[in-house]
Design a protein around this ligand. Structure first.
Ligand code: CMP
Length: 140
């Protein structure tokens, strides 16, 4: 299996509750390495671009509002099979359906405020990383 990179966001509900370190501990315990990390305030334009594929969904406005409601931590995670591995570690989008031990089961309160984002494919990982990181911001 190849070493991959995936893109992660620790969402505003994580920064607000001061649990970014606790979430990072779960990420690292799963064998994923945080090779890029930056805490930012996402602009409305950045959030709209990032979630463009969801722009016809009824929750789009709410999603953009939430993602810009406070700081987020954008990350590049590296490891064997990192894209699928991180999705497993995050758990289901809806925390009510997430498996025991996953980030969303442990920390999330609702489907909207679900603590973390992770890329869903290698193609999207590349696009998402490029939206927030330059090569010089990443060191493995
Ligand atoms: P994420 O992996 O960041 O990608 C799209 C996001 O939309 C998803 O996580 C959820 O946070 C959010 N989302 C999905 N379904 C709903 C919903 N029904 N209501 C509000 N937000 C949602």
């Amino acid at each position: 299996m190849a070493t991959e990179r995936t893109f992660s966001i620790l969402k505003p509900d994580a920064t607000k509750r001061n649990i970014t370190g606790a979430v990072n501990a779960v990420i690292e315990k799963a064998g994923l390495r945080i090779v890029g990390q930056r805490r930012i305030q996402m602009s409305k334009a950045q959030a709209e671009k990032f979630y463009e594929v969801h722009n016809a969904r009824p929750f789009f406005g709410e999603l953009v509002e939430f993602m810009t409601s406070g700081p987020v931590v954008v990350q590049v995670l590296e490891g064997e099979n990192a894209i699928a591995k991180y999705r497993e570690v995050m758990g289901a989008t809806n925390p009510a359906q997430a498996a025991e031990g996953t980030i969303r089961k442990t920390f999330s309160e609702s489907v909207g405020e679900n603590t973390v984002h992770g890329s869903d494919s290698a193609e999207n990982a590349k696009i998402e990383i490029a939206q927030f990181f330059q090569d010089s911001d990443i060191a493995d």
